[in-house]
Design a protein around this ligand. Structure first.
Ligand SMILES: C[S@@+](CC[C@H](N)C(=O)[O-])C[C@H]1O[C@@H](n2cnc3c(N)ncnc32)[C@H](O)[C@@H]1O
Length: 302
């Protein structure tokens, strides 16, 4: 299946063959992980909305086109193409024609792009360091692959709330988790909501929020909300990015220091972190040239 998937991509975008081939030669376990991902969720690719493995490859190519367009705009203006969270909600999150290829392409990028793969591995390490029971919250599930990692970690005593603003993400995360973590879904709640409006009766022991902070107009407000939702001895996994134009990115972090300052000002302490630039160059070069940098961290309350 992996060869078929890659051949669909290479046929329409030959430049990808060099990049993905070099990555898999350097990190062969990423290729294995891609194979496992394609096989584990085959039932999902075969749904009519996705259209098989060719549909999944088309979704990935769609995300590459979106990113190339946004990068051109960003280089020209120094701004992200859209700065309104409401506009993104109307045009993307609520629109399945836009949202479905977007979350599919992003999910698969975790196995095809070095920085996204590093992020996924970092998330697994953060989850493995947690207790296996307790109250978990996953914010911005997208397709649900991070929530599935969480679901594989927990025991029957734990609960997971999955909150996403998009009905498309919630519907697909629910399908994915039902099929792969069937019994554990009894312990899950799927909640379509802006995280800014989410309230919980009791605090969470672990919150995961991957690649959501750059989607909101006021990241400090969201971090304060998470601070309020987290138990005093709880942990927050957070990932975001700097200089990473995309159709649904609204808030521009210029440097990693911008992100760290916001974290500290929101009442958190950094326990570990991952800085994953899109190119293998020194951080100063990457920041000066406004290239993409992914950032992930495990936090506790200060
Ligand atoms: C880029 S995807 C991230 C998927 C996954 N967490 C990951 O790290 O790859 C962003 C997700 O966050 C959701 N989202 C964006 N803004 C949100 C908000 N204010 N509250 C809850 N979910 C939000 C989007 O609908 C989308 O499913």
């Amino acid at each position: 299946m992996i060869d078929t998937f890659l051949s669909h991509i290479y046929a329409r975008n030959p430049g990808q063959q060099k990049k993905i081939g070099a990555f898999f030669a350097r990190v062969p376990e990423a290729r294995t992980a891609l194979g496992n991902f394609l096989t584990a969720y085959n039932f999902l690719w075969e749904t009519p909305e996705i259209g098989g493995i060719a549909g999944l490859a088309a979704a990935y190519l769609h995300v590459l086109d979106e990113m190339a367009y946004c990068r051109v705009q960003f280089t020209r203006t120094g701004r992200y193409p859209c700065t309104s969270q409401n506009a993104v909600k109307e045009q993307i999150y609520l629109n399945s024609q836009q949202m479905l290829p977007h979350i599919l392409g992003l999910a698969v990028s975790h196995y095809l792009w070095p920085a996204q793969y590093q992020l996924l591995e970092f998330y697994k390490q953060c989850v493995n360091a947690q207790n296996t029971s307790g109250r978990f919250l996953e914010v911005g599930s997208g397709l649900g692959i991070f929530a599935s990692i969480l679901a594989n970690h927990i025991t029957a005593k734990a609960t997971i709330d999955i909150v996403d603003i998009s009905p498309v993400s919630i519907a697909f995360a629910q399908k994915l988790l039902l099929a792969t973590n069937g019994p554990a879904t009894q312990q899950m709640r799927f909640i379509e909501s802006d995280i800014a409006c989410h309230a919980a009766a009791e605090p969470y022991d672990f919150i995961g929020m991957g690649e959501v902070l750059e989607h909101v107009e006021s990241p400090s407000q969201i971090l304060k909300t998470l601070h309020g939702l987290l138990a005093d001895d709880g942990f927050l996994y957070l990932s975001t990015c700097a200089n990473c134009p995309a159709i649904d990115h609204v808030y521009l972090f210029h440097t990693i220091e911008d992100i760290r300052s916001l974290i500290h000002d929101s009442g958190f302490r950094i326990l570990r972190e991952l800085i994953a630039p899109s190119e293998n160059k020194p951080l100063e070069y990457i920041e000066k040239n406004k290239l993409d940098i992914l950032y992930a961290t495990l936090l506790e309350k200060a």
